[in-house]
Design a protein around this ligand. Structure first.
Ligand SMILES: [Zn+2]
Ligand SMILES: [Zn+2]
Length: 212
């Protein structure tokens, strides 16, 4: 019995020893053992909870617009769309606040990733999902194109029109550009592009897509 108790307490101590924050050089005790925040201490849990990243230690107002933008996106595994998770306007398009002014999220996305939108042109969706802001799903057109487009495609064609490859050529270039700027981590890029972090790493270190 004594032996059992000794074993038990020894195991307990060992376990307790291990339950330190998984962040390097952090010696704090872990707050949650399971779930999304498993293995993080209180401080790192709060950072992840508030800012989505354990390295961030600042007010969201200090983030660049892009860093805020990328946090409001959720990848849809079925259609491979990146859907806006914040406010939507009447038409179902995402609203993004830049310098306290609301702009259309998909238009902002187009301008950031692909370039300026010429006057009088609209940013349309290949996937016919107004919430979507994935640059490869966006293209320029006139208002007429816009209404015609919706008519032909209907809601069903979304998956097909988009294709199934993990990343497109332009996205690879985009990932490299974003990463070089230092705007965000490989992890957040991976979340946004709905691929693994290893995939992002392979792209930025040119292990994959060497010809791009
Ligand atoms: Zn910690
Ligand atoms: Zn889409």
């Amino acid at each position: 019995m004594v032996q059992l108790w000794q074993n038990y307490s020894k195991n307990l101590r060992c376990n307790m020893k291990r339950r330190r924050c998984k962040i390097q050089k952090c010696e704090c005790v872990v707050r949650y053992k399971t779930g999304e925040y498993a293995g993080l201490c209180n401080k790192h849990y709060l950072r992840k909870y508030k800012y989505g990243d354990t390295n961030v230690n600042k007010n969201p107002r200090d983030l660049t617009p892009f860093q805020r933008f990328i946090k409001h996106i959720k990848a849809n595994k079925e259609t491979r769309c990146w859907e806006w998770t914040r406010a939507l306007d009447k038409g179902g398009y995402g609203i993004f606040n830049v310098n306290r002014k609301p702009v259309s999220a998909h238009r902002w996305s187009y301008e950031y990733f692909k370039g300026k939108i010429p006057k009088g042109l609209y940013v349309l969706h290949k996937c016919d999902n107004p919430k979507c802001i994935r640059p490869s799903h966006l293209f320029l057109g006139t208002n007429q194109d816009n209404t015609k487009d919706r008519h032909i495609k209907g809601r069903s064609a979304s998956g097909e029109a988009v294709g199934t490859s993990l990343l497109t050529k332009s996205e690879v270039l985009m990932i490299r550009r974003i990463y070089k700027k230092g705007d965000c981590t490989q992890k957040s890029l991976a979340n946004t592009f709905n691929v693994s972090r290893a995939c992002i790493q392979a792209v930025v270190t040119r292990r994959n897509w060497q010809n791009v």
